[in-house]
Design a protein around this ligand. Structure first.
Ligand code: IPE
Ligand code: IPE
Ligand code: MG
Length: 236
């Protein structure tokens, strides 16, 4: 990658198109999810190396439970393998893993694997990998609202304490705003991904299916980000 390019501080990736990637090759949809794991591992190494500080990955939405139970179970088992084995290399790569999303109704086995990778990588400082699993923006806003109402009810805060910074700090994780959101596969929507955090993000919708989203595709995305003129409501 060209050294003069600005690397977005916080990148969101909606990893979409696994099923179509497989179907177009005459394979089962699940094969697309499997290939996506390889793509993701390479991408994590690449992002850590080029200096991305925060990356939020959309792995499973609150709505994805609507899928065929077999596909949901396959994904849950895949998550366990990823967090128990496939992601072990992140410990030495300086990547800190955190999760955003509702723990309920995830199984104990999935939760245990999640908790372990968080624990194993908690001291890492290079890249924060925020994995959005059983995540939905609406759920996050509901859960945050309840948390804040509780604080108010217990006399811990006053109404005037609630401002943008306070809301941000009380979301599932206290993260900087998203600068750049990439959604692979050509779909042009957020599908309930980090609506609060994406308020001033730049959006990029490559047609590439996620399993084919390699470092060359990532470089193209960064180049596109560098051609954007971010104004944040001001004049420039
Ligand atoms: C994204 O790929 C992975 C998840 C949502 C878990 P899809 O499974 O949505 O693939 P398409 O969009 O059907 O091709
Ligand atoms: C969004 O993709 C969720 C993830 C990538 C995890 P979907 O494939 O579930 O989104 P829709 O249904 O096409 O909006
Ligand atoms: Mg999809």
């Amino acid at each position: 990658m060209n050294n003069n390019l600005i690397i977005p501080n916080h990148i969101g990736i909606i990893m979409d198109g696994n099923g179509r990637w497989a179907q177009e090759k005459g394979l089962a949809r699940t094969m697309g999810h499997k290939k996506a794991v390889e793509t993701l591992k390479d991408l994590c190494i690449y992002m850590a190396d080029v200096g991305v500080k925060y990356c939020s990955l959309y792995a499973f939405s609150t709505e994805n439970f609507k899928r065929d139970i077999k596909e949901v179970n396959f994904l849950m088992d895949l998550f366990i393998t990823i967090f128990e084995k496939e992601f072990a290399f992140l410990i030495d790569k300086g990547v800190k893993v955190i999760f955003s999303g509702r723990r309920k109704p995830l199984s104990d086995k999935v939760l245990k694997a999640m908790d372990k990778i968080v624990e194993d990588t908690k001291s890492n400082k290079k890249l924060v990998l925020n994995i959005c699993l059983n995540y939905g923006s609406h759920a996050e806003i509901i859960d945050t609202t309840k948390k804040i109402c509780d604080m108010y009810k217990n006399g811990k805060i006053n109404l005037d304490d609630i401002d943008e910074e306070f809301i941000s700090k009380n979301l599932y994780n206290d993260l900087p705003p998203l600068d750049f959101v990439i959604r692979t596969s050509g779909e042009l929507r957020l599908s309930n991904f980090m609506m609060w955090q994406a308020s001033y993000a730049e959006f990029y919708f490559p047609k590439t299916y996620f399993p084919d989203f390699n470092s060359i595709e990532f470089d193209k995305a960064i180049l596109e980000f560098n051609n954007r003129n971010r104004r944040f409501g001001g004049i420039k």
